[in-house]
Write a protein that binds this ligand. Sequence first.
Ligand code: ZN
Length: 401
Amino acid sequence: MRSGLVLGKLFGIEIRIDGSWLVIFLLLSWNWATVLSSAHGDWNVVLRWSVAVAAALLFFASVLAHELAHSLVARSRGIPVSNIRLHLFGGVSNLQREPDSAGSEFVMAILGPVTSLVIGGILLLVTSLISGPQRIAIGSLSQTMTGLGPVMTILTWLGSVNVALGLFNMLPGFPLDGGRVLRAGLWALTKNLRLATRWASWVGRGLSWVLIVGGVASAFGLPIPLLGQGLVNGLWLAFIGWFLQNAAVQSYQQMVIREALEDVPVSSVMRRNPPTVAPNRTVTEFVHNHIMQSDDHGFPVVDAGHLVGIATLEDVRRITRDLWEITLVSEIMTPFERLTTLSPDANASAALDSLAGLDVHQLPVVTGDRLEGVVRRGDIVRWLQLQSDIGDRGRDAIIAR
Ligand SMILES: [Zn+2]
């Protein structure tokens, strides 16, 4: 599940880019270069494309600022953030667990769109002060841009994009920020998270159908108020609607699963006596006797009954093959001190949150430093399938996390 390219860290939070982000980057730059050629026919190709690429990069920075707002609030409320991932539809902050009160959920959700609206508002204010307020008149993008220099063109556009980003995310469909705000409100009113999630998820699904139907209609040339017109625009809206539809169903399923696991201890779902490896084995032995013998990704490294670390397929890949024979497992493993572990009586729902939040295949279950077992997503899924009628969609919801 580890996907995407790691860009670096900001405020200690890892920033990742999804492959699909490249698609939106190219589309944006291309779309921009087209808009610019009608607004600024006098600019040469190099200038047009430089402005287009700079605009796309700044769009990326805007999404990042929005996600950072969510993540920093989450962290200030005691919720660890494993990473921020930027993808085709924007970004997502991967929190290691859900907020535990309606108040936290509300503040965390609303500050993302507020950040976008504040950035957008400031940019539009500044650009309209410099170039005259009539610039932001209601007209087509290319009309607004005509006559502006490269920097002002970018800033004006960036201002509107941030405002649009803030407004779109405030749509009340869970799991969009607006849907989370709605859920926080319902949660505070009903004191029932499950009920609140179900209602917010229904509103989300309703909203996504409006986008799908409206998008398809406008792709066929029907003028739909607020949604704009045209084939590309319409298809894009329908596509976003479809994405929201999936997200709404999945978030609700995840909640149901979380509840089903609430009173289940990790010891009931963990795998006892998992295969382990000794720290003094060479990587060659590790590969032949362990990795090649099972479909596990990681193996607990155990020394005289004590867990000393975990060695994974990725750890092996990091060293070149000719060093396998002279490198010990203890040299490539993640040492115990840096591992996230679970205790046997922790609840399985928290285990699932940690697996998803940390984006790892398995977590060791320990008492002190004694290994009791390992817990993997697949094992939790199997347990759920045995216990209830959560079924395939529930399984997909877990796998997709
Ligand atoms: Zn957001």
